[in-house]
Write a protein that binds this ligand. Structure first.
Ligand code: ZN
Length: 197
């Protein structure tokens, strides 16, 4: 389990000491639940927290980061990475969900936030439906101090799943959906599924 930097372990408390945490994984791996868990603990510690998500993801309520188990928390939908920079001035902790949908500018934005002393916690898909690094995620993983990869369970065989297998033949990069369109699969079952297409 990820151990949060805290006042107790000496990494919090200096107002210029920011850093970046990435929580990544496939669909149904619990990324958003982990983001919410960390953010709620920061709130209990009376830190000022803001959570953002890209405007593209409106599968649930437009103003809430909502995970699959209905454990929700207030968030702001923004269209551009720079909007986060403009709105995050007053907070200590910045959470960003579904970060893979932003363009590469999000890497600069996250760096600036951390350089300004903020704790930045981001959650996103590390790979797209074809198993390729998703958008800015590879760059975000490179600049992060802390990386946590969470796993789903393969619905075919029950092994650890790291891939988001798309059940349709569409080759569009972004097709929003849930279990109607996507399955969590392990490497072997993902490759078998892609070969059958
Ligand atoms: Zn499998």
């Amino acid at each position: 389990m990820f151990v949060e930097p805290t006042i107790e372990n000496g990494t919090l408390g200096n107002d210029k000491n920011g850093w970046v945490e990435v929580v990544c994984g496939s669909m149904f791996s619990g990324k958003t639940e982990e983001l919410i868990r960390r953010v709620k603990r920061a709130m209990i510690a009376k830190q000022r927290v803001l959570i953002f998500k890209p405007g593209i993801d409106n599968r649930y309520h437009a103003e809430n980061v909502v995970s699959h188990n209905d454990n929700s928390i207030q968030s702001k939908a923004v269209n551009f990475a720079n909007d986060i920079l403009l709105q995050a001035n007053e907070c200590d902790v910045v959470g960003i969900d579904e970060v893979q949908f932003f363009d590469d500018e999000i890497i600069n934005v996250v760096n600036k936030l951390a350089n300004n002393g903020k704790r930045v916690i981001i959650a996103g898909l590390d790979m797209d439906f074809a198993g390729r690094p998703f958008g800015p995620m590879a760059g975000l993983l490179a600049i992060a101090e802390f990386v946590t990869k969470v796993h789903a369970i393969c619905i075919k065989c029950g092994n650890i799943a790291t891939y988001s297998y798309r059940r349709t033949k569409s080759s569009k990069k972004v097709v929003l959906g849930e279990t109607d369109i996507y399955e969590a699969r392990c490497r072997k079952c993902f490759v078998e599924g892609m070969n059958e297409k």
